[in-house]
Design a protein around this ligand. Structure first.
Ligand code: SAM
Ligand code: SF4
Length: 339
């Protein structure tokens, strides 16, 4: 794999700052739109995936990451789709592990029994593992395909590998898995990992359920947890939008990602790059710039790529608005966006 030469970098002095004074130091890089699950809130049942030529190559993904790190980005999260189903993803991770940035991955956990050791060795610091249910049949319903025992074994393997931090992510839907909130907290405590609860976002048009009907606010989830474990707000921040709480008797933290009820836009420090090389300035808006065009027209010209990225910061909108009652304004699915 071509290693992007940092001496190509003309050492752009700018860090990435948008019109609202927010510094962008975190990117979410989608490495594939494909996935071995079809979670009901994320995808339709029959998905069409991108043809290969539209997808950034591993070398192009590496160039994008290096360009951002040259501009002051210090956190890279690999996502998708399911990042671990991309062929040769370990090679990419090994090269990103050499960059001066914290590297994390968001995964559905299906490949971790085999891949967790290689991820750790390649320099992955943190893992986010999505798990919405601890009941086998329900897990299958919510993911349409996933096998819970395999994911549980993957979580155990990840714990053995000693990542700096492991966080479980659960999207809570009323009438589907809201009766498992405490079970998920117990599980996180038992395993000594963090857990975040996510409000479902209206990304992509789905027919499986009405998003307004299943909406469960973070405040409702928090109240359920507090009936058992008092939660103490912390000022601890990770790079992401979670608000964190601690319980008095354990190390596990409880986080809430609340795009509806606690808008986090004013603190937004991140941008996303889709696997087609579209730099998305906001999860809930369509403002974007095509990086693939530059990557392919001017191969290995990091300086030019960085100029495009710096200019794009002016497009970052102030905030998103999600409306559960109307048709989704954002028609791309979460697997395209890179959650
Ligand atoms: N496949 C990996 C996984 O599931 O962790 C990474 C990609 S997935 C798109 C990233 C995160 O987005 C997951 O935690 C998933 O639960 C969440 N997600 C997907 N669709 C969502 C939606 N409509 N609203 C809120 N979260 C969503
Ligand atoms: Fe796949 Fe993750 Fe979307 Fe589920 S949430 S369908 S695992 S990309």
């Amino acid at each position: 794999m071509h290693t992007f030469c940092m001496s190509d970098n003309k050492n752009k002095s700018h860090s990435l700052t948008d019109r609202y004074g927010r510094t962008v130091d975190y990117i979410r890089l989608s490495v594939t739109d494909r996935c071995d699950f079809r979670c009901v809130y994320c995808m339709g049942e029959n998905m069409k995936f991108l043809p290969h030529e539209q997808v950034l190559t591993l070398e192009e993904l590496e160039q994008v990451a290096a360009a951002f790190v040259g501009l002051g980005v210090r956190k890279i999260k690999l996502t998708g789709g399911e990042p671990l189903v991309r062929r040769d993803v370990i090679k990419l991770i090994q090269s990103l592990g050499q960059l001066d940035a914290e590297l994390s991955i968001t995964t559905n956990g299906s490949q971790l029994t085999e891949m967790a050791p290689a991820l750790r060795q390649a320099g992955v610091n943190r893992l986010n593992i999505s798990i919405d249910s601890l009941q086998e049949s329900r897990f299958r319903e919510m993911t349409r395909i996933g096998k819970l025992p395999k994911v549980l074994a993957g979580i155990d393997e990840a714990i053995v590998q000693g990542f700096d931090r492991i966080k479980l992510n659960a999207v809570i839907m009323k009438g589907r898995n809201d009766d498992e909130i405490l079970d998920l907290v117990h599980f996180a405590r038992e395993k000594g990992v963090d857990v975040s609860f996510i409000e479902e976002m209206p990304l992509g048009v789905i027919s499986e359920h009405d998003r307004a009907d299943v909406y469960c606010s973070s405040d409702e989830v928090k109240a359920v947890i507090e009936s058992h474990y008092p939660l103490h707000a912390t000022t601890e921040k990770t790079a992401g939008p979670s608000r964190y709480y601690r319980m008095s008797d354990c190390e596990s933290r409880v986080g809430f990602i609340s795009p509806h009820s606690h808008n986090f836009c004013s603190e937004c420090n991140r941008v996303r790059v889709t696997v087609e090389g579209r730099l998305l300035l906001c999860l809930g808006n369509e403002h974007s710039v095509d990086l693939r065009e530059t990557l392919r027209a001017f191969p290995n010209d990091q300086s030019r790529l960085q100029d495009v990225i710096v200019k794009a910061m002016d497009l970052k909108p102030e905030k998103h608005e999600f409306d559960l009652e109307d048709e989704p304004q954002i028609v791309r699915f979460m697997n395209m966006t890179g959650g």
